[in-house]
Design a protein around this ligand. Sequence first.
Ligand SMILES: NC(=O)c1ccc[n+]([C@@H]2O[C@H](COP(=O)([O-])OP(=O)(O)OC[C@H]3O[C@@H](n4cnc5c(N)ncnc54)[C@H](OP(=O)(O)O)[C@@H]3O)[C@@H](O)[C@H]2O)c1
Length: 258
Amino acid sequence: MSGRIDPLDAFRLEGRVALVTGASSGFGERFAHVLAAAGARVLVTARRRGRLERLVGEIEGARALPGDLTIEADAERIAAEALEAHGRVDILVNNAGASDGPARAASESLDEFRRVVDVNLNAVFHLSRLLAPAMIERGRGAIVNVASVHAFVGSAPNTQAAYVASKGAVVALTKELALQWAKKGVRVNAIAPGYFDTEITAAMFANEKSVAWIERNTPLGRAGEPGELDGALLFLASDASRYVTGTTLLVDGGWTAR
Ligand SMILES: NC(=O)c1ccc[n+]([C@@H]2O[C@H](COP(=O)([O-])OP(=O)(O)OC[C@H]3O[C@@H](n4cnc5c(N)ncnc54)[C@H](OP(=O)(O)O)[C@@H]3O)[C@@H](O)[C@H]2O)c1
């Protein structure tokens, strides 16, 4: 090796087009800003159109593609519009998610279970399948799925069978898609966050006992803070991880190391 190296170069996303799902709040909103700050042209989707409009107003060149990812026709339209916007999608961040509960499995309805699996798992498969062919054709693409620590451990004392099952399946799906598309230049990885204060966890963070439980059970002693997924996202979305596929990166303050 000779000359100067710039190890940060591989993290830059100039010239890339990224689609972020679940961008109307929480992680997705932050991810859109992070990818744009690294140079990507950003497309954002979720159901709440007003939230997306506000977000694209904050990010130069960003575009909102509102819709419900559990509705087949919406997902197809979003994928088509995303490909049309700049002629390609290089980075897909499957971040949209929902949780069940508190619902005890013995009395949880099948409809509720299906609703959560539809968003957390089926929509991840569907949108990946819709966008992968164009990535394969270009020989390049990075898909980043958002799983959870609860892909690896149950959520007790919380009760959310569909959430835990669907996130576990996202980790397995990540490996399977990674293997199917590895030779085609498309990498598929996942991030598994621990507890962060967003809309999906709002009830927990509003409850002192729940916050104390999170702090007690997290080796680093606290919940995650905004920005603490930025590094994992940028790594997996960029060429910095070009030799990484099929992996799930835990960003959980040590939750699953116990
Ligand atoms: N916060 C945590 O502690 C934590 C930990 C581990 C994993 N996660 C995961 O991180 C991801 C982001 O969650 P978050 O924490 O940022 O919570 P959040 O603020 O509730 O975000 C969830 C996002 O998903 C979108 N969404 C839900 N159902 C949808 C549907 N049918 N179609 C399209 N979009 C839909 C929501 O937008 P609309 O309502 O506008 O559609 C929203 O933008 C989720 O997959 C979640 O499971 C979160």
